[in-house]
Design a protein around this ligand. Structure first.
Ligand code: NAD
Length: 510
């Protein structure tokens, strides 16, 4: 924008409501909303205090499914950035970057300058954020292949880059993991040569020991665990098994076959006080697991990285419905040829993905009773096919049909081709960076004595997740820009600034 400005260093707010110490930022914050009873609306203000630790902890990232396309692409991408490895393609010399990461590549509006022009800043100049180059990375995989060969197997990064990173990556060997064949597609069995043995309890202890050893040997302050392994089938919620935290722990003791590998990882992570993020669609966070996170005050987030098609869907459904056009049909076809696609070709794992993708237009439809009756929704169909030839370069084809003025029809069709893992890797980074920030933030109502941690279920990360987990009883927001402004307005709250309001009254009031 002509005349817009940029703050290229850490912001410092001057206000009686904001106190910076060497270790913390304290923000006394007025949270404004409205309470509605019948047709009577009362504006409300809640005085909150946020306390953000300024020092960045030494942080480790453990990836479950490390040797997959996402895991290797992320590891290699960070290494390339850290070592500033450049590489040649037929288009010329490439430099490493963090495009696709909102923490590294996006700015937010802070306010206006003396000429009433907007001023922007990167997120990490608002509050301190981890630098991905400083992350210590390791992980588990049911395939024993080292990260160098796993990167080659993935066929995602350019060859000249792979060539330069290979020797570093081949030294990285994944820890054995929990493999229970009935939880993922049968077609994955041929790569499962690195599997833990023993009962569920013994495997849980082995995972906990891995986390402890990693933390101690690297002298880490914090560890974040991310599931980027294959999609599992959905778990049935069974009373007495996974419905409460105690039942879940007892079921693990009893070696119950109803506990999925991903839930076992989540439990290990929570018991080791490590934030756990679920990047796949399955319902890892059974009620007992959420209760355990609440009890241990450990942050969790999920489900399913939101990389391409779902992002577009949450934007287009918002655009159409909030323009007053009645969206009636959404049909999405995908085909992809990577190992994720192979795993999703089995009906039970596909079903998990279908469920995860299906909720995305719900909130925008439910918010509009002028166009949709309470029992009415657009038709919504999702198809995914495995086509090996296209590899990681996923194709997404979508058709949106809406009813317009006076009986007209509006049909939008689109075709998207993109390397799936190059979209997912920066999203994993953002999840880790933002989740780590959440562990440094404490909050209280002004009148309360004690600060507490944020709610363990991090709905703040919804922008990055297809089927966002929210605290029990809280509404789910799928619309992309509200999700994004939830993050940037939260950043503003941490330094005592008002939320973005878009009114630009300084240019409208004479
Ligand atoms: P991938 O198949 O290339 O990698 C998954 C890895 O997990 C494999 O190396 C496999 O051996 C390993 N694995 C399977 N079960 C395991 C277990 N129990 N423990 C440890 N390792 C295990 O898949 P990917 O493309 O990297 O995607 C990973 C996950 O992320 C998938 O579930 C996918 O649906 C999800 N996801 C990906 C994207 C994207 O854009 N790439 C978007 C949303 C969600």
């Amino acid at each position: 924008m002509a005349g817009s400005c940029f703050v290229g260093e850490e912001i410092r707010v001057e206000s009686p409501d904001v106190i910076y110490t060497d270790t913390e930022i304290l923000s006394y914050y007025n949270y404004h909303d409205s309470r509605i009873r019948g047709n009577v609306v009362t504006p409300t203000t809640e005085r909150l205090v946020f306390k953000t630790q300024r020092q960045l902890p030494k942080t480790g990232l453990l990836l479950v499914g490390w040797g997959g396309n996402n895991g290797t692409t992320l590891t290699a991408g960070i290494l390339a950035n850290k070592l500033n490895v450049t590489w040649n393609t037929k288009e010329g010399l490439n430099h490493p970057n963090y495009l696709g990461s909102i923490c590294k590549s996006v700015t937010m509006r802070i306010g206006i300058d003396d000429r009433f022009m907007p001023v922007y800043a990167p997120l990490n100049n608002v509050v301190p954020l981890l630098n991905p180059d400083d992350l210590e990375i390791w992980g588990w995989d049911i395939s024993s292949v080292n990260m160098g060969d796993a990167m080659r197997r993935a066929k995602v990064l350019d060859w000249d880059l792979q060539r330069q990173l290979y020797s570093n990556l081949k030294e990285m060997l994944p820890w054995p993991s929990v493999y229970v064949p009935e939880w993922i597609a049968a077609n994955q069995s041929d790569r499962a040569d690195n599997c833990l043995k023993g009962t569920k309890k013994e495997m849980l202890n082995a995972l906990r020991q891995n986390i402890k050893d990693f933390k101690n040997s690297r002298r880490l302050d914090k560890v974040v665990v991310v599931w980027t392994a294959n999609t599992e089938k959905f778990a049935l919620i069974k009373p007495g098994v996974n419905d409460t935290a105690d039942n879940l722990l007892r079921a693990i003791e009893n070696n119950s076959s109803d506990i999925s590998p991903s839930t076992l990882f989540a439990v290990a992570s929570i018991l080791e006080s490590c934030t756990y993020i679920n990047g796949s669609p399955q319902n890892t966070f059974v009620p007992g697991c959420i209760e355990l996170a609440e009890r241990c005050r450990v942050l969790i987030a999920g489900d399913d990285f939101k990389s391409g098609q779902t992002k577009i869907k949450s934007v287009l459904s918002d655009f159409l419905i909030n323009s007053g056009l009645k969206l009636q049909s959404v049909v999405s076809y995908n085909h992809l040829g990577n190992n994720d696609g192979k795993n999703l070709s089995a009906p039970e794992t596909f079903r998990s993905k279908e469920i995860s993708k299906s909720g995305v237009i719900d909130d925008v439809v439910r918010a509009n009773r002028l166009m949709y009756r309470s029992d009415e929704s657009p038709d919504h169909c999702v198809v995914i096919k495995y086509v090996p030839y296209v590899g990681d370069s996923k194709r997404a084809m979508d058709e949106y049909i809406s009813e317009i003025f006076m009986g007209g029809r509006n049909t939008i069709s689109m075709h998207n081709t993109c390397e799936d893992s190059l979209l997912a890797a920066p999203i994993i980074l953002d999840l880790v960076i933002l989740a780590e920030l959440c562990t440094r933030v404490q909050v209280k109502r002004d009148k309360d004595e004690e600060f507490t941690k944020m709610h363990p279920v991090m709905s703040l990360l919804s922008f990055l997740l297809k089927s966002p987990q929210v605290p029990p009883g809280s509404p789910v927001v799928h619309m992309l820009f509200p999700q994004r402004y939830a993050i940037t307005n939260f950043f503003k709250a941490l330094i005592g600034l008002p939320p973005e309001n878009f009114m630009m009254l300084e240019h409208k009031v004479p």
